[in-house]
Design a protein around this ligand. Structure first.
Ligand SMILES: Nc1nc2c(c(=O)[nH]1)N[C@H]1C(S)=C(S)[C@@H](COP(=O)(O)OP(=O)(O)OC[C@H]3O[C@@H](n4cnc5c(=O)[nH]c(N)nc54)[C@H](O)[C@@H]3O)O[C@H]1N2
Ligand SMILES: Nc1nc2c(c(=O)[nH]1)N[C@H]1C(S)=C(S)[C@@H](COP(=O)(O)OP(=O)(O)OC[C@H]3O[C@@H](n4cnc5c(=O)[nH]c(N)nc54)[C@H](O)[C@@H]3O)O[C@H]1N2
Ligand code: SF4
Ligand SMILES: [Mo]
Length: 901
């Protein structure tokens, strides 16, 4: 028997994308990549992965990675030694803090850091530099839930767990597109539905894939959730559905909250009026909720990202408190967290208004943490929240910023403002995995290479409070280092060496665990004291464990089923919300509301998922979804282009006309940046109004205008290497099998293309020109393979991107195929697979429609023939839509659904 090379052994780790926190088995291939599979033993996913998790192996390559520390010298980034880079950062931080005070220095962190990285960053700033100007992208993500939990429970506690989703009889999704954003959990809930008959309700202005096949869809007006849940609360009171015993012994504030709820939505009629829903739908919702003891309400960014997000959260929590549906099997409110370590960040205190280990800026907590850290200079007041932090940078009050694990030049609202503000910094440090993103382009003075997923090691906490290990299975590339190491080395140079003498992530985790238990005695929810004494070996072997993990207690209890809140009097608080209102008005020049969010196969600003050709195939281009009536009103055509304008900025996007979009609203995905699209960076259009309690921006309701935008030519290029396209072009870059693809639209004369192509591909180019007919096609070859090819044509005839992509992959293109390629006949005979619908198995829409046309009438039948939909299941809603809209043969011409994808 030959022993397996230890470097090629399968490692158990955790997916670095969403807050579901799926267990992953990674087996390095010895060539820098790895085979990826779901971990059957992990309690979050039991072996399942979604399209993004399955494609992780395509994203671990080193192309585009930042591998060495760099300092900007006379405008140019130059490679330097680690010691020089760290000396520079520490020296400049010290200088600025000494001159302008500690509050002139700030960190902007991320829910994608490991708990250990986060802990060290927070301790360094709040404990030792002496400022709470440490905020995180969780401000844009979960902070309204945090604020709502703290108001109602006295602590940021998620009461439920995933088993509740298996045991619930009614699952209410509020502002959550879980089918795309928490796919493995969504599949788990579908299983509950199939096996136990659980029903589902979706509350969202858009009919998303989550809503495509549910028992009730409530397409409410944006921002009116508080009215809906206030109406529900009143309905409980008026129909004898309150849990009087629970309210009496475990809560406070009931009467005031009910009075306010009555003012907001005192009846079914009033609720319908406030939300834009029909009375019948409102009544059905109230009845279903009231009559089902086991209800879980799942909420996400449609709730959090709102100028009244905290009130929305509390309006939901009021309903669960009023009926005692909390912390019980199958009955609980459940905030779905976004990032892989959103929860870990909250545990260490990564938000500017938290201190550490679920302790706050109160005198006793400050004193306790000061003693534990031995930190005489500990910050004594809350710091600036993300949006305010960047405003302070713009005003020149904050002069030094260290960005770690997030891309604020894309993801913060009013992103152009943010990009400009970054340029004013006296010290701008970025720790990154990648060599270029929009934030790196904004001109940091120092770039520090951090270990990426697959290389780094530590812990993350998922939506159900479960702590899992991320383990390294790839060697550290170049000079990349763990974020915690970078921070600790900086701390040493700032003179705090004794307090940052960590040798490993395990050292840090033990300290974090000890702090959680320090003078706790049940007074704080977050307690993982039983993990304080883990040996290095035990830390390495740590199995997924749910907190609390108190010394001497059984891990993973549910919270609040019989009270025991973390408020002063131990009672859960009802909160009276404000009357719902959006912060901004629509009007003649901005008649629509711009909603923003996610698509199935991309993660945030695409620095990782953008590397996968599989994930780029479903929705390759940035787009705007418009209701047919609005399209008619504003002269917008499906598959054409439109310009979206807000008071903050503009985008030009491909148009998808869809009746799943609510009238008066637009939807644009958040993923495209200046790195991969010329006009698709939607953050620049988003207003920066924030919630008064949480500071979370209202990213889903910016007043906007839409107008058609005409292009004479469309086209695409495919190349083995990245291309610099000609100026004044609308373009999107997509990773394709074997290279890079560029989809574009153009108004300039065709005559510019031959010279451009010669510059890219040399003179040995085969081409077809019909400038009169608006057509130019050309290709260069290396041996039998296409090296670069370019297709330009009028809008209706730009060539078949999918077919040319399949020729581009081929190692050998025959003379016949070359001829057909350039004559524009390459589509003939080649299977027109169409855009990819099933990312797991790469099955295209054309293929699926053909299969439906020849008789497959269920998703199971499609799966049996094509495998489509049989792995992660995320494409099943789209398969169902295709079945509904595709005619069965003999009709030869198949009709294709017009919705996105
Ligand atoms: N594929 C994919 N999955 C992801 C991510 C990703 O980038 N890609 N990111 C992860 C992260 S960090 C997060 S935070 C989560 C986010 O997960 P979700 O919150 O599910 O995703 P979003 O698309 O941002 O928004 C959810 C829905 O809120 C709706 N909405 C807008 N306004 C309102 C409103 O006023 N009321 C209600 N009820 N609904 C409204 C939107 O129409 C949208 O469908 O996803 C995580 N999972
Ligand atoms: N309009 C609008 N804006 C939004 C949202 C929305 O719905 N609408 N959603 C908001 C939400 S919920 C979120 S979570 C944010 C997400 O927005 P961002 O956090 O800005 O997006 P990411 O692309 O995930 O950026 C992560 C960066 O960190 C790098 N990175 C990854 N891992 C590591 C690591 O271990 N160490 C270091 N040092 N770097 C690392 C990646 O290369 C990448 O550049 O966007 C927010 N912005
Ligand atoms: S659902 Fe998908 S993205 Fe989320 S953790 Fe699981 S595999 Fe990763
Ligand atoms: Mo998020």
């Amino acid at each position: 028997m030959t022993a397996i090379d230890p470097k090629l052994r399968t490692t158990k780790t955790t997916c670095p994308y969403c807050g579901v926190g799926c267990g992953v088995l990674a087996t390095p291939d010895g060539k820098g990549g790895a085979a990826i599979a779901g971990d059957p033993d992990h309690p979050a996913n039991f072996g399942r992965l979604c399209s993004k998790g399955s494609a992780l192996g395509e994203t671990v390559g080193l192309e585009g990675r930042l591998l060495y520390p760099m300092i900007r010298c006379k405008g140019v980034l130059e490679r330097v030694a680690w010691s020089d880079a760290l000396d520079h950062v520490a020296h400049r931080m010290q200088h600025i803090a000494a001159r302008d005070g500690a509050d002139a220095v700030a960190f902007y962190l991320s829910g994608q850091l490991l708990t250990e990285d986060y802990y060290v960053a927070n301790k360094l700033m709040k404990g030792f530099v002496g400022t709470a100007n440490v905020d995180t992208n969780s401000r844009l993500c979960m902070s309204s839930s945090v604020a709502g939990h703290r108001r109602a429970f006295g602590a940021d506690t998620v009461p439920g767990c995933y088993e509740d989703l298996d045991q619930a009889d009614l699952l209410v999704f509020v502002g959550s597109n879980a089918a795309w954003c928490h796919p493995v959990l969504f599949q788990r809930m579908l299983k509950n539905r199939q096996e136990r008959g659980a029903r589902m309700i979706v509350i969202d202005p858009r009919r998303t894939d989550t809503a495509s096949d549910v028992d009730l869809f409530l397409g409410l007006k944006p921002g009116t959730d508080t009215a809906l849940f206030s109406g529900l609360f009143v309905h409980f009171a008026d129909s004898g559905a309150l849990d009087q015993a629970y309210i009496a012994s475990n809560t406070s504030g009931f009467d005031d909250a009910l009075v306010r709820a009555r003012n907001i939505a005192g009846s079914v009629t009033a609720t319908a009026l406030a939300t834009g829903l029909s009375e019948q739908d409102v009544a059905t919702f109230f009845k279903m909720f009231r009559d089902t003891p086991r209800v879980v309400t799942l909420y996400s960014q449609g709730v959090n990202q709102s100028a009244q997000g905290t009130d929305k959260v509390n309006a939901i929590l009021n309903c669960h408190l009023a009926t005692g549906r909390i912390g019980k099997p199958g009955a609980s409110p459940f905030s779905l967290t976004g990032q892989p370590n959103a929860m870990g960040g909250r545990e260490v205190g990564g938000l500017a208004n938290q201190l550490a280990a679920h302790m706050n800026f109160t005198p006793p907590d400050i004193d306790r943490v000061r003693r534990f850290w031995k930190a005489p200079r500990i910050a004594t007041h809350e710091g600036l929240k993300a949006v305010q932090l960047f405003e302070a940078i713009n005003r020149g009050e904050v002069k030094a910023l260290w960005v770690m694990g997030t891309n604020p030049a894309v993801s913060l609202p009013d992103a152009d403002f943010v990009r400009e503000a970054l340029k004013k910094l006296e010290l701008f440090v970025v720790s990154e995995n990648v060599l270029s993103n929009d934030t790196v382009e904004a001109g940091p003075h120092v770039l520090l290479p951090a270990l990426a997923w697959g290389e780094k090691s530590g812990t993350v906490t998922n939506s159900e409070r479960r702590i899992s290990r991320q383990r390294s299975f790839l060697p550290a590339p170049g000079e990349a280092r763990p974020d915690w190491w970078i921070l600790s080395e900086t701390a040493k140079r700032l003179g705090f060496g004794d307090s940052f003498d960590y040798k490993s992530a395990a050292d840090i985790f033990r300290e974090h665990a000890a702090l959680s238990a320090f003078e706790n005695d049940g007074s704080r929810d977050f307690d993982i004291g039983a993990l304080t004494s883990l040996s290095n070996e035990a830390f390495d072997a740590l199995k997924p464990v749910q907190w609390p993990v108190r010394e001497g207690g059984a891990p993973g209890e549910r919270f609040f089923a019989s009270g025991g809140f973390f408020t002063n009097d131990g009672k859960g608080r009802f909160v009276a919300p404000e009357v719902p209102a959006l912060r901004s008005e629509t009007g003649a020049s901005r008649p629509l509301r711009l909603n923003t969010g996610r698509i199935r196969d991309q993660w945030h600003t695409m620095t990782r998922t953008g590397l996968s050709q599989r994930l780029g195939a479903h929705l390759p281009e940035p787009f705007v979804e418009v209701h047919p009536d609005d399209a008619g009103k504003f002269g917008i055509a499906h598959d054409g282009y439109a310009r979206i304008t807000t008071d903050y900025g503009q985008c030009i996007l491909k148009v998808v006309v869809s009746d799943r979009q609510q009238r008066g609203t637009l939807f644009v995905p958040i993923h495209w940046s200046a790195m991969n699209a010329s006009h698709g960076r939607v953050g620049a259009l988003v207003q920066s109004f924030t919630d008064p309690f949480s500071g979370q921006p209202e990213s889903k309701a910016t007043p906007a205008a839409i107008a058609p935008y005409e292009y004479v030519f469309r086209g695409f290029a495919l190349s083995r290497k990245q291309l610099d396209l000609p100026p004044n072009l609308l373009w999107t870059r997509v990773t394709v099998n074997g290279g890079f693809g560029y989809l574009f639209a153009d108004n300039a004369d065709l005559s510019r293309w031959p010279a451009w192509l010669e510059g890219v591909a040399g003179e040995d180019v085969a081409e077809y020109r019909d400038f009169g007919g608006g057509v130019y096609r050309a290709a260069s070859f290396a041996g039998d393979r296409i090296e670069t090819c370019l297709f330009v044509g009028p809008a209706h005839d730009a060539g078949d991107w999918e077919v040319v992509k399949s020729l581009f992959v081929a190692d050998q293109v025959t003379d016949d195929q070359r001829g057909m390629l350039l004559s524009g006949k390459s589509g003939e005979g080649a299977a027109a697979t169409g855009p990819i619908v099933c990312a797991c198995f790469g099955v295209g829409r054309g293929t699926i429609c053909d299969t439906i046309a020849s008789g497959a009438r269920t998703t199971a039948e499609i799966g049996a023939t094509l495998k489509a939909g049989t792995n992660c299941g995320s494409c099943i809603p789209e398969l169902k839509r295709l079945i509904a809209t595709t005619e069965v043969a003999p009709v030869k011409q198949v009709k294709i659904a017009g919705a996105a994808g």
